[in-house]
Structures are given as C-alpha cells and as structure tokens.
Design a protein around this ligand. Structure first.
Ligand code: UTP
Length: 294
C-alpha cells in the first residue's frame, strides 16, 4: 500500500515572473484555490495519508495555507457562514503534511533526495507541485494501481503532438496493453525523428526507494541541476520501470498560457458562475470576430 507522497515545490518559477518574485507559483490560484491544494486533494483522493512538501526560500505561504488560522476561523464563525467555515477547516485537516526545505535549488532529483529519511524503505508517490491533472480517477490512484500489479516504479506519461516531442522527456519501450508500457529508454528532449514514441513524462510518479541511490550517482545535467529523468535513466539499467498513460487532462501551471487555459476551463465547470462566464466568453469571441470582419 502506498501511503506517502512527496510534492516538490521549491523551484523558482522563473517562467511565471514577476508574479513569482515574492510568492510561490504553487500558491497561484485557479479561481479561488491554490494550485498546490488541488495537488494535495489528488493525494488524499488516492488514499495518501502522509505528505512531504519540499519547500524553499519564499515558500512560507504554502505552510501557512495548510496550517490552522484560529483568528480567521472565529471571524468566519461570527458571520455564521458554515459553508466557508467548513471549506477552510477542510484545508487544515486534509492530511498529515510535513515540510522540508531544499536550501539550494539543485533540481528536481535533488528535491526528491530530500525525502529519503521521510520515505525510508517504502515506495512513495511524487506529484509536481505546479501540475494539476483533471481526471475521473485521480492519476496518482491510476499509478498506484499499476504499481500494485507490477511492483515497479511507475511514471505517468501523456501523448503529445509529434512535432512537440523535443520539448519533453520521452519514453520508449514495449507496450504491455493500451495503457502500460515496459520501459527500455528515457530520452530528454529528443529530436522529432529520434523520439522513441510520442509519450511524454507528465509530472506524477510512483518511485521505489532505489531511486535515492540512483540520485546519489547522478551527475549534474541540464542547467547544472540533478535531474530526476537522469536518475531514472540510471535506475533503468538495473531495475524495471513502467510508464502509464494518464486518463485525464494535465495542466502545467508554471506556464502562463496553460495557467490561463486552466482558469477558463475550471471556471466553466463551477456551477455558481459557469453560465455567466460562458456568456462572457461567447460575447468576447463575437467581439473578436466582428473586429476582424470590420
Ligand atoms: P520546474 O521544472 O517547473 O522548475 O519544477 P521551476 O524552477 O520551479 O520553474 P521555472 O522553470 O523556473 O519556471 C517542477 C516542480 O519541481 C519543483 C518546482 O517547485 C515545481 O513544483 N522543484 C524544481 C523543486 O522543488 N526543486 C528544484 O530544485 C526544482
């Protein structure tokens, strides 16, 4: 049973500057909920009980968000707003959440290495703190199911357009069924013609503790950082790894355009303003079309 998860959230978020100069990108809200709360909810919905958030400089607001705020609670109680009160209490009671600081930003592999004492000899889930996946079955649960079947590391992957493979870490191997692939290679940002598939690594993993010794042996790679993909490639020399194609839609919030798309799509699903927001969007498109014709 996988009960522990690690959420790396220490990165600078340079793609989202200046918003991320003094606030974590993981705290950017999609409507009214910070990105990292969606990620923690995915953990909880997948049966995870214990979460380690890899935090860093300027990330205190993440800790505050999951902490109790008695003053705020009593203020909401005075207003007799039970729904809001329950929403706030829910955040504080979601799971056992622990924090560790990554003092130097040495990459995703290094961030995960900080979880070695927390995870011990147990397999654990990893969820990137800046990535939301909207799905019926939580993607972490999908990966746990594959882990329980095969007992190997599992990497979430998603199909990307062939002409965009050079932007991603791409996997290659033997297809076990429609969803699962036994990996034989992991290639970082391959040229289109050299890509072993069109399946890109998607920000969710189940890792066995063997990953920690692989990270120790991993030399600094791209950006002079210890990359998780490089450590996984090293692990693949001696261990088996499965890739699982996600059933769901992935949103990389660290990217401004994806952030906008996520906000629009999530707003259209919120019953309290979906209709008004849709009318606004239709009107905006109409104005754009009329502007083009004029
Ligand atoms: P990204 O690759 O998006 O890196 O990290 P970043 O540095 O935050 O973003 P940009 O590229 O500068 O805009 C994916 C996830 O891993 C975490 C980030 O916080 C993010 O949630 N991360 C990354 C760490 O925790 N530590 C690191 O050293 C790097």
């Amino acid at each position: 049973m996988i009960k522990k998860a690690v959420i790396p959230a220490a990165g600078f978020g340079t793609r989202f500057l200046p918003a991320t100069k003094a606030q974590p990108k993981e705290m950017l809200p999609i409507i009214d909920t910070p990105v990292i709360q969606y990620v923690v909810q995915e953990c909880v919905d997948s049966g995870i009980e214990d979460i380690l958030i890899i935090s860093g400089k300027g990330k205190r607001s993440i800790e505050d968000h999951f902490d109790r705020n008695f003053e705020l609670e009593s203020r909401i109680q005075e207003r007799e707003d039970e729904i809001l009160y329950n929403r706030i209490r829910h955040i504080e009671d979601m799971a056992n959440i622990h924090f560790i600081r990554q003092k130097e930003l040495n990459g995703l592999g290094d961030a995960i290495y900080h979880a070695r004492f927390h995870c011990g000899d147990q397999p654990f889930a990893v969820l990137l703190g800046d990535t939301i996946i909207d799905s019926v079955i939580p993607v972490t649960q999908q990966l746990i199911d594959a882990y329980e079947q095969y007992g190997q590391c599992v990497i979430a992957v998603e199909k990307v357009p062939r002409d965009k493979v050079s932007r991603y870490g791409i996997v290659g191997g033997t297809q076990l069924n429609d969803k699962l692939m036994q990996l034989s290679e992991l290639v970082e940002k391959p040229e289109r013609d050299k890509a072993p598939s069109d399946l890109a690594i998607a920000g969710r993993y189940i890792l066995t503790p063997q990953i920690f010794s692989a990270i120790e042996k991993t030399a600094r790679g791209k950006g002079n950082e210890v990359q998780l993909t490089d450590a996984l490639r090293l692990l693949l020399k001696h261990d088996n790894i499965i890739a699982s194609t996600i059933e769901g839609k992935r949103y990389d919030i660290g990217n401004k355009l994806d952030f906008l798309k996520t906000t629009v799509e999530f707003a259209l699903k919120r019953p309290e303003f979906a209709t008004k927001f849709e009318a606004f969007l239709r009107n905006t498109i109409k104005n754009i079309d009329e502007g083009r014709r004029a």
